[in-house]
Design a protein. Structure first.
Length: 294
């Protein structure tokens, strides 16, 4: 049952970029409403499940929401430039940023796998961006790939902060509510830098945004947060790799996003890199920390 819940959640979140493209609104508009429409339901769920986290943990969760809003803004823009499938693949290079942050801040040392995985994934991103080709899919694949990769940095920051905010365990509805408040506030303040940003609901676009908010942002992520911590790490890594892979499939089926041969090779390199990084790890604890913990 745990595996079924996890797989269901991953399938649901694989539609995130698809709903964004179907809504066809400005990136900041989609970012705002994917969180804002989820707030009432998350508030109700938190009331039902309880939330005894300290104020500091709530503040960290709010800040993580600001990081996620930056990721969302860059990712949504990349979807317009390079398509839903490849933008989702590239943003999942967050595994590189997580390793880099752990290396710089926590003094954790790169593993041998890192020296292979990092160049492979960077080469994959370059190929997805259409370097040296003229038949690449997307209105501006180079910029789209670059923005999605930058989005991966903020996604990594979100994951690290969110994990710290919920370190004590317990229901995830409270932390997810705080994250959503952070996203909503960030877009209300910064969304106006997007020329197409609008607070006026338009239909059927907002039906897709409601599906994004309630289905993906709330339902999908709550399922994943409930199930994945209970599964072995390797199994979790393989399951999470399904999200960008499935998004690629939906993008081809729904939008006929036909990748060039070069971009297909780039996608393969990135996915292999993500799988290897998840299975082998890119950093290991510093020697001093290991000795202290032993």
């Amino acid at each position: 049952m745990t595996r079924l819940i996890a797989l269901t959640g991953i399938v649901i979140i694989s539609f995130s970029a698809i709903f964004v493209r179907l809504a066809d609104v400005a990136p900041a508009t989609a970012g705002l409403f994917r969180a804002a429409y989820a707030l009432p339901l998350l508030w109700l769920l938190r009331r039902l499940t309880g939330d005894d986290r300290p104020l500091r943990a709530r503040r960290i969760a709010l800040i993580s929401g600001v990081f996620l809003s930056a990721d969302i803004a860059l990712w949504h823009t990349a979807i317009d430039l390079i398509g839903a499938g490849m933008a989702t693949v590239v943003v999942n290079t967050q595994v590189l940023w997580v390793g880099a942050i752990a290396w710089i801040i926590h003094k954790e040392h790169p593993t041998r796998a890192a020296f292979v995985v990092v160049p492979v994934m960077l080469a994959g991103v370059a190929l997805i961006g259409g370097v040296g080709t003229s038949d690449a899919y997307g209105t501006n694949p180079a910029v789209g790939a670059a923005l999605a990769a930058c989005g991966g940095f903020f996604y990594a920051g979100f994951l690290l902060l969110f994990r710290h905010a919920n370190a004590g365990g317990g229901p995830t509805t409270g932390p997810l509510l705080d994250v959503s408040i952070g996203i909503t506030a960030a877009f209300l303040l910064g969304g106006w830098f997007d020329p197409g940003f609008s607070l006026e609901p338009t239909w059927p676009a907002h039906w897709w945004l409601i599906a994004l908010a309630l289905g993906v942002h709330t339902g999908g992520w709550l399922m994943i947060a409930l199930a994945l911590p209970r599964l072995p790490a390797l199994e979790t890594s393989v399951m999470l790799l399904l999200q960008p892979s499935l998004t690629l499939v939906w993008a081809v089926m729904i939008f006929s996003e036909r990748l060039s041969a070069t971009q297909t090779a780039g996608v393969a390199l990135v996915l292999v890199g993500i799988a290897t990084a998840a299975a082998r790890g890119l950093v290991r604890p510093a020697v001093e920390e290991t000795l202290l913990d032993s």
